[in-house]
Write a protein that binds this ligand. Structure first.
Ligand code: MG
Length: 159
């Protein structure tokens, strides 16, 4: 069995008047992510982790933010494309772990929905997807609430 791992990272600023979307779930908050797409930091980091695990490229190469067709795009499209590439190469997802760094709002009430929706998009069991949220202890720009970031590690395998 061949096992590979991938890492992904993403960060976006907050902007007034945008919907806050994390893991494809809309979270009530007065701001959302400033981005060309919907700015979903979890789906962007996860897309990069999957692509990185097979050495395929990154989200910016596949979906350039200069392409108007990706404007306000639902980021599940990017994630699904990465999953299709993994499938084509014959890999399966072993597990996904993630850390979202966000000062406000609290994500714990939405964690299970975020896990369920991420698992749905990837067609894996929810038990394979984990999401943790942390504050930055008010340190640095994320801690000041100017934006939020996300780290993802994924493990894939081929039998
Ligand atoms: Mg991004």
């Amino acid at each position: 069995m061949e096992v590979r791992v991938g890492i992904g990272y993403d960060i976006h600023r907050f902007e007034e008047g945008k919907r806050l979307i994390i893991g494809g779930v809309e979270i009530p908050f007065e701001k959302g992510f400033k981005a060309h797409s919907d700015g979903d930091i979890l789906f962007h980091a996860l897309t990069d982790a999957l692509l990185g695990a097979i050495g395929y490229g990154d989200i910016g190469e596949l979906f350039p933010d200069t392409d108007p067709s990706f404007k306000d795009m639902d980021s599940s499209v990017f994630l699904r494309k990465a999953k299709d590439i993994i499938d084509e190469k014959g890999y399966k997802i072993s597990n996904i772990d993630s850390v979202i760094i966000i000062e406000k709002p609290k994500l714990l009430p939405y964690r299970e929905r975020i896990r369920e929706n991420t698992a749905r998009v990837l067609e894996v069991e929810k038990s394979k997807v984990f999401v943790k949220a942390k504050t930055n202890e008010k340190l640095d720009s994320t801690g000041e609430g100017l934006g939020a970031s996300c780290y993802v590690v994924v493990s894939i395998y081929k039998e």
